[in-house]
Design a protein around this ligand. Sequence first.
Ligand code: G6Q
Length: 537
Amino acid sequence: MSTSWDTLTELAGTVGEGTIRDLLEKDPSRATRMVVEGAGVTFDYSRQRVDQDVIDALLALADERGVLQRRDAMFAGERINVTEDRSVLHVALRMPKTESLVVDGVDVVQEVHSVLDRMKAFADKVRSGEWVGHTGKRIRNVVNIGIGGSDLGPVMAYLALQDYSDRDLTFRFVSNVDSTDIVEALRDLDPAETLFIVSSKTFTTLETMTNAGAARDWLRKGLGDDADVAKHFVAVSTNATEVAAFGIDTDNMFEFWNWVGGRYSMDSAIGLSTMIAIGPDNFDDMLAGFHAMDEHFRTAPPAANLPLLNGLLSVWNRNFLACPTVAVLPYEQYLSRFPAYLQQLTMESNGKRVRLDGSPVDYETGPIYWGEPGTNGQHSFYQLIHQGTSTIPCDVLFFAESLNPLGDQHDMLIANALAQAAVFALGRTEDEVAAEGVPAELVPHKVMPGNRPCSVIMVQKLTPFALGALVALYEHTVFTAGAVWGIDSFDQWGVELGKVMAANLIPQLKDGVAGAPTQDSATTATVARYRAALGRS
Ligand code: G6Q
């Protein structure tokens, strides 16, 4: 691929074959040297299987692959999403009002702030009770209907920032076309007090439009056919025509733009439910956190650039240490959906097999991301991380201050986080196990090989600012790795295909319409079995 790639391949045979235990023992200073800070996030990579030569070679690789030029092109609004011929400007969503970014003759920062102002006015009305429903009752329930990028960010952020939310309001998130999702979400809600936010960039997504229709029916059933639906529905979309066609007043539509990818949209109008939950000031703090990490990524020198280093480490672990997955382990209950959110961000972005020019890659790209909050995961899947046959790098994430201090519980939580990080990295040797008096035949069972690369990420306290900074950290981590791999991290053709394929099958399942002659025999046979099971054949 390049000179640095070859250097890294060689280093994988030396440093990569060594142990983190040795690295830490031989150079205790790495524990303080291999720590970088940005936007309030402290990133400690001293437990990664790297030395300074590896870091230097990774930085040289970034240089050769033009990562920083591509970063600058993104910030300048160039159309770096080549397969959709679009700019990639989620960074503009959090630029302060005083800044300006002109793309195709339009100052997108001013556009962003004019929508933010409308969102704030609306959120204030809902939060204060000024916005009332059809019967004059104030809104007490907010239901976001959306899927993928129009759902995962809002759910994750709502749960993450629940401590800052208005507890008099109930929030629900409906995504799945499985009717159970909406039926359960609405079961105990009073339609007179319920506001639906239909969130869809395209406003054509099957799941969301179907659920929005079901919500409208539920509302009319509860409030009568003459109910003023407009008082209970608002839309977040790029598609005003479809919003109007659905029957939502476009005055109650909050806009975003084609240059915001779905999985990069939680800080756009897609975050309307977040803003209603935590209030406009807290939402501004979250945007400030995003922006602080953007600025860090844009301006910090490469060797102290947190997302750049994190992205390069993910390339090292994936391509040179051959690790196919990454575990994200937040020691923070409020971040229960953070791993799920990151799964979309990372895997939809970098799950690609061809380069920007369409040529196939001859190296691995995006790893599988997964995880659960600690300490719960310790009592389930950590076993495989410790003693399974795959090496799984881990991101261990925690906050110094608890939002709900209770006795010693926070110290216990963090003790667990640090203990696990130590065992991941260093393991437990035969000698250590034997020294504990373990019978010889059990020693091999109790040895932990360690050498699992691990980053420890610490933030002072979970605030809206901190959440913004953390999400932006991962956005730019994904960007960095994608830029090294030379892929388009901003398209999602696999997702698009799923949308088309399902649409073709619905009439086959429902009405027995014949599939196209090109349809595969396995699908045709399963359609027949499904219809037979329902007595439709
Ligand atoms: C995100 C993806 C995808 C998308 C959903 C919902 O990057 O494109 O997850 O967000 O398919 O799409 P709509 O917002 O258009 O309904």
